[in-house]
Design a protein around this ligand. Structure first.
Ligand code: ATP
Ligand code: MG
Length: 771
């Protein structure tokens, strides 16, 4: 065993070796909180605490995996017996075991947010409410908020103000929707994400013997990123640790960035009240970043009024000043940063994996993807449209879900007419209403359809029911997840339907399904998985968080992700891009001080991910929902003390053209790329995520055309450009101007290029030479 204690500073040592009783570490970014938690678990195990008795709750399953891996290095394979994961995955596991107490069977479905929204849409329709007022997203948000504050539908109905005054006034029926939604989830034997926590609370409140069992099982409870726990999560940890009081929480109030999802900073304050014996450890030294980065981050976060006194310093090298890049457009921002990565890699002998591009919203990734691809730099995108959100994947998963749980209303709606069986929406609605009105499950109705309905569709429904029954028989024979999935993909007709579709998209979808089947095979073949049933596979899939979606054999990639997803991570060189007013800070967060402070904390999180170098960038113009908008530099840049910034804001000059091509085949920024088949063959040895990460967007940027501008190419003043002029463009070559018209503050020209055909260009960007 290595001498891990020697690698700790004094307060870290105190925290790691603290034996029993509550412990809280609230400290700045990069000060070793996660490391302390990891070593503390190893230390406890070294002192004889059984791994089965330690529960550690992390922000992503991947973070849990890394922690487990580190502990394994110190203490050995016993680490595999630790209970680790996100709140959702750990308590889903417990609910599988104990959910019977609440009326759920162990094979309950976990609804994702698409399922939830679809159910809300159905309910709004059934209640004959106006679907323009009652928008599923908004309603789900309110229901989620209620659940995370442990407000049941009964309580909500009595006091609709829980959903906010605005909602109570404009949408008085949310309470009734919440009630129906909860009942429908229950009768579908399904829980949504918030239910996993809500129901755990109910379980522990109403079944003291169960609570008692887990209180004695988990002799030590640890929580990382404690600042982002909500009340529901907080109460679970409090109940679990009530007997032993061995609870250790680590976090940073300055990094609290999930208030919009119900995370509550009060939890940190309450903690001191709830645990009078609390030991508090302060960590002040940042080991991650240069002095420059730590001081810059401190100068920013000082602007927040609501925060704990903290003093974070770094003993690392001074480091470079923070660079600020101004680009003309979002496309140019992408190119400058890709070039910067390309050059820095060469000059400083760095790898792709040393770089991260962080943005406020997923939609911003497009320009960077294109630019990196052109330079052949490998990247991974975390978040965004994940493999499991694709239609063909959801379709097959829905079949699997319905085979395991025939009460699953959302899976039923997806598959009943897929492939097409001539069963229309009205018939489906009728089945659901019949089931609900007669207090039956959907399966009761479907399995005996002639009793409840007449008409043409009944025979088709009968055939469907027979098919599902045949799957249920196989399931009862304890066939493993792969055997089941293969059989269902083939016999349901799903695979065949995709196979005969010979369009590029159809082929890609067919291969995606093949990959899903491969991943089921991996799951079954993995010796670490004791239970390889279909039910367990489905659970694993539904609990993947965005950040868990990419882990493959090739770690050497530039990481692109939202700042929210980057919590806890660190990279040598970080680019925080899109530093513009209304984008970051987001327009939606400018309404009051609390929201603005949360945005500022988000920026603090972004800055503190960087070890050696931080670059901020913004564009003067970008496409926003298909409209070109002019942008202003973010106030956040000016909130960093100027002495830490490189004062010469550099307007980007890139080798590529800076013209904005309105007619290009590339979609505007908010369009998420579709995906196509992997370019590596799928081999049995590849993990699911290996396969996923090799999926390449379909809309590959075209390689730059061959035209090379004449050597003395100098752009002309195009303010008087008119139809009939002849021009040269550095990328598209020679062309004839067809039309010039006003576009916002600038003009656009339609030009017919000899080699490229017709293009529409914005004159303020297009480098054109009048010939
Ligand atoms: P965040 O708030 O971003 O989650 P954190 O407080 O959890 O950060 P860690 O990720 O645990 O910080 O540590 C930051 C970096 O500093 C890691 O690379 C870690 O290995 C290193 N580190 C922490 N403590 C020490 C130490 N005593 N000696 C050397 N390196 C350390
Ligand atoms: Mg951490």
């Amino acid at each position: 065993m290595k001498d891990y204690l020697a690698e700790l500073n004094e307060p870290q040592y105190q925290a790691v070796t603290h034996e029993n009783g509550p412990l809280m570490i609230i400290a700045g970014a990069g000060s070793g909180k996660t490391r302390v938690l990891t070593y503390r678990i190893a230390h406890l195990m070294g002192q004889g605490v059984d791994a089965f008795n330690i529960l550690s709750l992390t922000f992503t399953n991947k973070a849990a995996g890394e922690m487990r891996h580190r502990i394994e290095k110190i203490i050995g394979s016993e680490a595999r017996n630790l209970w680790m994961g996100t709140f959702h995955s750990v308590f889903a596991k417990i609910l599988r075991i104990e959910g019977g107490r609440l009326g759920y069977t162990p094979n309950f479905t976990i609804y994702d947010s698409d399922d939830s929204k679809s159910l809300i849409r159905t309910i709004v329709k059934e209640m004959k409410l106006d679907d323009k007022t009652y928008k599923p997203n908004f309603i789900l948000n309110r229901i989620s908020g209620a659940k995370n504050n442990l407000i049941s539908w009964q309580a909500y109905l009595e006091n609709p103000i829980f959903g906010g005054e605005d909602a109570a006034a404009q949408m008085p029926e949310i309470g009734r929707i919440y009630r129906t939604y909860s009942m429908r989830c229950f009768s579908a034997n399904a829980m949504d994400f918030d239910d996993l926590l809500f129901n755990t609370n109910i379980l522990f409140r109403d079944h003291l013997d169960v609570l008692n069992k887990y209180q004695h099982k988990f002799k030590h409870v640890m929580v990382d990123e404690f600042q982002d726990t909500n009340i529901s999560q907080y109460l679970i940890t409090r109940k679990l640790s009530a007997v032993h009081q061995n609870i250790c929480v680590v976090g940073d109030d300055a990094q609290s960035i999930y208030a919009f999802r119900g995370a509550n900073i009060q939890n940190i304050l309450n903690f001191k009240k709830d645990y009078p014996e609390l030991k508090v450890v302060k960590l002040e030294q940042n080991y991650r970043s240069t002095k420059m980065i730590v001081d810059a981050a401190n100068s920013l976060i000082k602007k927040n009024k609501n925060q704990f006194e903290k003093n974070t310093f770094s003993d690392n090298e001074e480091g470079d000043k923070i660079e600020v890049i101004k680009a003309h457009s979002d496309n140019e921002e992408g190119r400058i940063i890709a070039n910067n990565i390309f050059e820095t890699k060469l000059n400083q002998n760095l790898k792709n994996q040393d770089f991260a591009i962080l943005y406020r919203t997923n939609a911003q990734s497009r320009a960077f993807e294109e630019a990196l691809r052109k330079l052949n730099i490998k990247y991974r995108i975390i978040g965004g449209l994940s493999f499991y959100q694709r239609k063909e994947i959801k379709d097959l998963i829905a079949y699997l879900r319905f085979t395991v749980n025939q009460q699953d209303e959302e899976a039923f709606k997806r598959i009943i007419n897929l492939p097409k069986r001539g069963i229309g929406d009205t018939t489906v609605a009728k089945i659901i209403v019949t089931a609900n009105e007669n207090n039956l499950s959907i399966w009761d109705v479907v399995g005996d359809i002639h009793k409840y309905m007449e008409g043409r569709a009944t025979n088709a429904i009968d055939t469907f029911a027979t098919l599902i029954k045949s799957y249920m028989i196989l399931l009862e024979e304890d066939k493993d997840a792969h055997t089941m999935a293969m059989h269902i993909a083939k016999t349901s007709g799903l695979l065949h339907e995709l196979y005969v579709d010979k369009t590029v998209e159809g082929m890609a979808r067919h291969e995606n399904v093949q990959e899903l089947l491969n991943s089921v095979k991996q799951f079954v073949d993995n010796p670490e998985n004791e239970d390889v049933s279909l039910g367990t596979f489905l659970q694993t899939v539904s609990l993947l968080t965005n950040a868990d979606q990419d882990e493959d054999g090739d770690p050497d990639k530039v990481t692109m992700m939202t700042i929210h997803g980057a919590k806890g991570l660190e990279f040598n060189h970080v680019f925080v891009v899109g530093m513009e007013e209304n984008l970051f800070p987001s327009q939606m967060m400018l309404k009051n001080r609390d929201d603005l402070e949360e945005e500022r904390r988000l920026f603090y999180v972004a800055i503190t991910r960087a070890e050696k170098k931080l670059t901020l960038s913004y564009a003067e113009q970008r496409y926003n929902w298909g409209k070109l908008t002019f942008c202003e530099k973010s106030r956040f840049i000016d909130e960093i003390d100027a002495k830490f910034l490189k004062s010469d804001e550099r307007v980007g000059i890139t080798t590529a053209s800076t013209s904005y091509d309105l007619t290009s085949r590339n979609p505007p920024p908010q369009v998420k790329p579709a995906f196509k088949k992997p370019e590596i063959p799928v081999r049995p040895g590849n993990t699911r995520s290996q396969v996923i990460s090799h999926l390449k967007p379909v809309n590959q940027a075209k390689p730059a055309p061959a035209h090379v501008a004449t050597q003395d190419f100098k752009p002309s003043d195009t303010s008087n450009l008119k139809a009939g002029d002849k021009v040269e463009h550095p990328k598209f070559g020679f062309g004839d101007v067809k039309k010039v018209e006003a576009q916002g503050n600038t003009s656009k020209a339609i030009i017919h290029f000899k080699s490229e055909g017709e293009k529409t260009l914005l004159l303020s960007f297009a480098k054109l030479r009048i010939v």
